[in-house]
Design a protein around this ligand. Sequence first.
Ligand code: AMP
Length: 430
Amino acid sequence: MRHGMHILLLGSGGREHALAWKIAASPLVTKLWCAPGNAGIAREAECVALDIANHAAVIDFCKTNAVELVVVGPETPLVAGIVDDLAKAGIKAFGPSKQAAQLEGSKGFTKDLCREFDIPTGAYERFDNAADARAYVRAQGAPIVVKADGLAAGKGVVVAKTLAEAEAAVTMMFEGSFGAAGAEVVIEECLVGREISFFALCDGETAIPLASAQDHKRVFDHDEGPNTGGMGAYSPTPFVTPEVHDQIMSRIILPTLAGMKSRDMPFRGVLYAGVMLTAQGPKLFEYNVRFGDPECQVHMLRMMSDLVPALLAACDGQLKNFNLRWYPDPALTVVMAAKGYPGDYKKGTRIDGLDEAAKIEGVEIFHAGTVAKDGAILANGGRVLNVCATGKTVTEAQARAYRAVDLIRWPDGFCRRDIASQAVAQERGD
Ligand code: AMP
């Protein structure tokens, strides 16, 4: 393993702050940059104002600064082929190629892969026009799920309870609400059960599962209100039992890796499966091709192994004899968001009390959307802070995280108060 490595991390959210925190702790690394980063990431890495959509600019930066590894946080540059462009320039990058990133970039691609390789998922059809899509919806009946094929910043999925809702979603997508992402639509059976996320580090052939984690997608307590990017997460989750874990690995993750390899698009990076635990067993409803946000935050807190050799082994096809070790203590993160999120919200509001909150035992605060101005921390996005904590139990981690939340003075922010409450109830024996 090389020492004195130069690494560039791409992204600016809480996921990237957690990755920066973990990468900066590696004894292998002498220099870490993050583009574009945020006020919290600036504590771990040197932030650089690079436009990450400009692949040539990223390549130039890497060459000038002898960067040996680029770690790509978000999906957009992956789907745009940044890993391929870096590879052509002789620069190693962690994340899937453009072709392999279709697992997130095209919902139809993933559904066809499931059909071809017998991976359990809901029944579906793909459509390129509204009339046929509406006819299919009417034939299938509600509830039914309507999805824009391409990337739509987490907003391209409508779980329609009625036919009218489903038809309205079809119309909206084909009228161009999601631009090119909605030029094709997937209509899918509505799966019923508990929703869980499953993550595996992959090198094209081998998959090493990450610790189990669960997120909370709805904006308000008790899973009410609209879907968001994620309002909190915790790890481990009692809902991924050893049996469920084995079923997901053998029926979903490994056939996906084998299928992608046979299509000459080996998947390297983090494969993140959205899975419904249905009465007929686990079924895949979506893939993402990167670490979760906010699940990555709890993964990084629980990962005992050095992350950097794991990322390199994934890039180099060397995961076969690799082992990832985890701390047994649970970790939890509470997302603090700007009031109004996931709708309209104000930027530039002031946040105080962060240093005091971070002093609580086991607490780590990652920044998801902040800027520093004249010595103050200001909100600069919808999801703004990730207040994380570890503890001997989920109950202890939860208590620590909310104690920290209560010390943060940000009148324009809010959070859910029930992150991990089901796991806490399970610990109590309810
Ligand atoms: P996504 O934007 O793809 O993460 O999907 C948003 C949410 O829609 C997921 O977190 C699920 O709760 C839900 N969803 C997606 N596909 C299905 C499905 N086939 N059946 C039921 N719910 C679904």
